[in-house]
Design a protein around this ligand. Structure first.
Ligand code: 5AD
Length: 421
């Protein structure tokens, strides 16, 4: 579930090899791989060699994860430097963030590089690969930005059966090596608590996997029982912490207080919380985004913040698409504000920028990917926004997934650390 930086074999013994990577030299065990020779390239986790890879693929991964050219710091202003320092120290407020969000040219580049260096220093070269199964595009809500909104009658609706969901999850874990799966749907009460409980229990009893649920507002009792059934995390955005803006994009029903109440009891229940906001909503100011970053820092173990993309057939269809550079700056600031948080490159950003943008986000503070595992016949129907990016066979998917139990244990240890930070 993690793509690790390749290392070169520099010495071979009976059950161990000595390897060298950007971090230095170490001796690692080789229970899964035989016949290694000096000069071979390998991927390793937890002092175990996981597999041998070709020199070309090793080069490609190193290039993908390699830092950009360092920025000449004499070109940045003392005020910019002070804002960066304030973030590192944890003594920052809205003004520092707004100034960094406004950075351009060499300072913008310096911000992204600083986030990359911070990610490396705190969580090393691990790009974690998680999966998402979108099991229903039915939604009772009418968020103005969303293609799944109830009033959007132009889309074909679907619901996966519990058997289909369980089977998709089984395949993802047992055949592909995923260790963390998000089960996501619109707000769809047709799936009762007892149905979701049953689905979670069946997946957990068949496979060693973390389950995150992303099913919207269901109240305390529901989330308590889903946790008890085996869910480990929730993916639940507050969307915008500005009362005015929240009301504007959710004119019917949803209220910001209820979003915060959910975040509060998720923590009480011991969930691993993935949350964040939408960047680039119409009428949103840099101050609003700065507040969203502060709220995200308050609640998130994993960040889930993404750029807004206007969706045809929704009330915001005519609005502008979020600025991709602004999303990168938000990602970088989140990394500086939350050194060891899990920060995925969100699909909406990949949709805007493709594989190249994904790699740029991974060099701007992000450290994980969320791969779409929704079965093909439903995938295009989960059209929150148009032309959603879909990963086919990237090097991340090819090399970032391990079926070994060790990779589950590693994730377990890391999440335990992250949740108690
Ligand atoms: N553009 C980008 N993200 C969107 N979402 C909904 N509609 C859009 C859109 N048009 C996001 C919301 C929601 C998540 C599942 O999808 O933030 O929480």
């Amino acid at each position: 579930m993690c793509l690790t930086i390749p290392a070169k074999v520099i010495d071979v013994a009976v059950d161990t090899v000595t390897i060298e990577d950007g971090d230095g030299v170490k001796v690692v065990e080789t229970p899964f791989v035989t016949g290694l020779a000096v000069g071979d390239w390998v991927l390793h986790i937890n002092r175990l060699v996981i597999r041998k890879i070709s020199p070309d693929d090793a080069c490609e991964i190193i290039e993908l994860l390699e830092s950009g050219t360092p920025v000449d710091t004499s070109l940045v202003s003392p005020a910019f430097r002070e804002d960066i320092e304030a973030l590192h120290r944890g003594t920052f407020g809205r003004d520092n963030i707004v100034r960094l969000l406004s950075s351009e040219g060499v300072e913008q580049e310096a911000l992204l590089r600083e986030a990359d260096t911070t990610r490396r220093a705190w969580i090393k070269d691990f790009i974690c690969i998680h999966g998402i199964i979108e099991f229903s595009n039915q939604c009772t809500h009418d968020c103005l930005y969303c293609g799944l909104r109830n009033e959007h009658s132009a889309i074909e609706r679907y619901r996966m059966t519990p058997d289909e969901i369980v089977e998709t999850a089984r395949e993802a874990v047992e055949e592909k090596g995923y260790k963390l799966l998000v089960l996501q749907s619109g707000e769809d009460p047709t799936y009762t608590d007892s149905m979701l409980i049953d689905i979670i229990r069946r997946i957990k009893s068949a496979s060693k996997v973390f389950i995150f649920i992303s099913v919207g507002e269901r109240g305390y009792e529901s989330y308590r029982s889903l946790k008890e059934a085996g869910a480990s995390g929730v993916l639940f955005r507050f969307e915008s912490s500005s009362k005015g803006l929240f009301k504007k994009v959710h004119p019917h029903g949803k209220c910001l207080e209820s979003r915060f109440e959910h975040l509060k009891f998720f923590k009480e229940l011991g969930y691993y919380v993935a949350t964040g906001s939408l960047v680039g909503l119409p009428g949103q100011t840099l101050e609003d985004i700065a507040d969203d970053i502060l709220v995200t820092k308050r609640w998130a173990n994993m960040v889930s913040t993404g750029p807004f993309i206007p969706t045809p057939g929704t009330p915001l269809a005519g609005s502008s698409t979020a600025d991709g550079d602004l999303y990168l700056k938000v990602t970088a600031i989140l990394r500086l504000a939350m050194h060891s948080a899990r920060i995925p490159v969100v699909t909406a950003y990949e949709t805007l920028t493709g594989e190249e943008g994904r790699s740029r986000a991974l060099k701007s503070g992000a450290n994980s990917l969320m791969i779409n595992l929704t079965p093909e016949r439903y995938r295009t129907l989960y059209s929150i926004y148009p032309d959603k990016f879909y990963d086919t066979e990237s090097i991340f998917v090819r090399y970032g997934l391990y079926k070994y139990r060790e990779s589950f244990t590693m994730l377990e240890e890391r999440m335990r650390e992250e949740i108690s930070l």
